[in-house]
Design a protein. Structure first.
Length: 102
C-alpha cells in the first residue's frame, strides 16, 4: 500500500525548500498537484505547481463529483479555490507528496 505525505505550514515557513529536498531525495514520490482558480504566477507552469482552472471549470467539475476536497480563501483579489481531484491520486500505484498552507 502506498502513502500520501502532505507538508503544511504558513506562507514563507520553508515548505517549498523541504518539499524540493524531499522530492530530490525520494524521486519515487509523485507530486500531488492540486487544482486552483487563482491566477497563475509568472514562474508557475500549469500541471507542475497547480492545474489552473476557471471558476466555470470548477463548477463543472463539482457537478461531475470530481473533488476529494475543496477550500476557498477569501483574498483581497477575490476568492481563490483550491481542490484535490479524485482522479489525481492513485495510491494503489504510487506514493504522493503534497504541499499546502494552513
Amino acid at each position: 500500500m502506498h502513502q500520501l505525505f502532505y507538508l503544511m505550514g504558513k506562507s514563507a515557513s520553508g515548505k517549498d525548500t523541504i518539499y524540493q529536498r524531499l522530492r530530490a531525495k525520494f524521486p519515487e514520490l509523485r507530486p500531488m498537484v492540486l487544482y486552483t482558480t487563482r491566477p497563475k504566477r509568472s514562474h508557475e507552469q500549469d500541471g507542475r505547481e497547480y492545474y489552473f482552472i476557471s471558476a466555470e471549470q470548477y463548477i463543472q467539475m463539482c457537478s461531475a463529483d470530481r473533488w476529494i476536497e475543496t477550500r476557498t480563501y477569501h483574498t483581497q483579489k477575490g476568492d481563490w479555490i483550491y481542490c484535490t481531484a479524485k482522479d489525481s491520486i492513485d495510491l494503489s500505484n504510487s506514493s504522493y507528496l503534497g504541499i499546502g498552507t494552513l
